[in-house]
Design a protein around this ligand. Structure first.
Ligand code: GCO
Ligand code: MG
Length: 401
């Protein structure tokens, strides 16, 4: 089965998504997600200008060989743009293989290792009370795991707090400027998360995203301050690229640690995993080289007792979420899957088969990934340049966002 076409479609049904369509000479079409929030067109160009011409005529069934060809063949390895582009090709080829075999992809990955995939939702609020009500809403919907974030008094904007009811950090023309001050956050976070346990008890998993903002010693102290809350994890307590920082955090706390949403390859987390500095690896299908490479990361993690906890924010398209669910269902060391949902009218363009019920998701049983992309609908939503926010300390200097 030969690849005869590879087309890139950029569309913005509520937010920008870059989608790769691969067509074979047998008429089978596969879809891949190539979205890199805020840098979408770089991946679109990488695919259109540098990868698509190489795909024409290749055997669509040779997924591993194509992965190695694109990874080793670029010479300039890794990085978010390259690995997101390779991921889109990889997922589209798994989609094709599933459709050719008339099986959902999770069957090709070894079959279901569990009945459902525990997902965590996002509860947030501009005040603690509002956030506590949102936690109650999530519990009522059946969530077994909930991430809690609320606005920090004294700072004008806080990461993870939605505008107009839906968390959407990207802004047009220029990045929004947030402010950061570690002291009020470090005092406030234990109070805020303590309030969650006080009001709603310990019968569900509680998560919190620090979003790369602390130093290792500050993160160690936060982890210690949160020990009584029995967190499921704290996420990205320090800037994620500094792996050995986690050795310091680990020395100070038993609060579980999760990192990896910005990682692109197994080399980004080799030390974190092999030194057992983390508990959950958050690499995603779309930014870490596709199903082929993500499974390699999770296999390494399994050897060291580290579980999966894939990124699943709304800036990863439904194609990515579906692909993640196939991986989640099939691996032995699954931990949790992030599920933020997608803003309307995403469903107009991406027709999905996955389901959510009582806190668990399932990818569905359609052949392939189980997501179909409506090109006619996509044409109604043109690309709209967006930027993620930046963060400044009170003295005006730049801080990690
Ligand atoms: C999360 C993430 C996201 C990122 C976003 C950036 O844990 O879900 O931190 O919300 O900020 O994916 O594009
Ligand atoms: Mg995060």
């Amino acid at each position: 089965m030969k690849i005869i076409d590879a087309t890139v479609i950029v569309t913005a049904p509520g937010r920008n998504y870059v989608t790769l369509k691969i067509t074979t000479d047998e008429g089978i079409v596969g879809w891949g997600d190539a979205t890199l929030n805020g840098r979408e067109l770089a991946v679109a160009s990488y695919l259109r200008d540098h990868i698509a011409p190489l795909l024409i005529g290749r055997d669509a069934q040779r997924i591993e060989d194509t992965w190695q060809y694109l990874y080793k063949g670029a010479y300039w390895r890794r990085g978010p743009v390259t690995m997101t582009a390779i991921a889109a090709v990889d997922v589209a080829l798994w989609d094709i293989k599933g459709k050719a075999a008339d099986m959902p992809v999770y069957q090709l990955l070894g079959g279901a290792a569990r009945d459902g995939i525990m997902v965590y939702g996002h509860a947030s609020g501009t005040s603690v009370d509002e956030m506590l009500d949102d936690v109650a809403d999530h519990l009522a919907k059946g969530y077994k795991a909930i991430r809690a974030q609320s606005a920090i008094p004294g700072l004008d904007k806080t990461y993870g707090i939605p505008k107009n009811g839906f968390y959407e950090p990207a802004s047009d023309s220029a990045p929004q400027e947030d402010t950061w001050d570690t002291a009020p956050y470090s005092r406030y976070a234990p109070e805020m998360l303590g309030a969650v346990r006080e009001r709603h008890g310990f019968g569900f998993h509680l998560l919190h995203d620090v979003h790369h903002r602390l130093t290792p010693i500050e993160a160690g102290r936060l982890g210690r301050d949160l020990e009584d809350m029995r967190m499921f994890w704290i996420e990205d307590p320090t800037p994620a690229e500094d792996q050995s920082a986690y050795a310091t955090i680990r020395q100070h706390t038993t609060t579980p640690l999760a990192v990896g949403e910005i990682f692109n390859s197994i080399w980004d987390c080799q030390d974190l995993i092999t030194n057992r500095w983390i508990d959950y690896i958050r690499a995603s299908v779309s930014h870490a080289g596709g199903i082929t490479h993500l499974r390699r990361i999770f296999s390494l993690a399994d050897l060291y007792g580290v579980k999966s906890g894939s990124h699943g924010a709304g800036d990863l398209s439904p194609v990515s979420l579906a692909a993640a669910l196939h991986v989640d269902l099939s691996i032995p060391n699954f931990g949790v899957q992030e599920y933020m949902g997608h803003v309307s009218p995403t469903e107009d363009v991406f027709h999905t088969d996955y389901t959510f019920s009582d806190g668990f998701m399932h990818p569905g049983n359609k052949p392939g990934i189980g997501v179909e992309f409506d090109e006619v609908a996509a044409a109604k939503y043109p690309y709209n340049p967006r930027y993620l926010p930046v963060n400044r300390r009170l003295d005006g200097s730049m801080h990690d966002w």
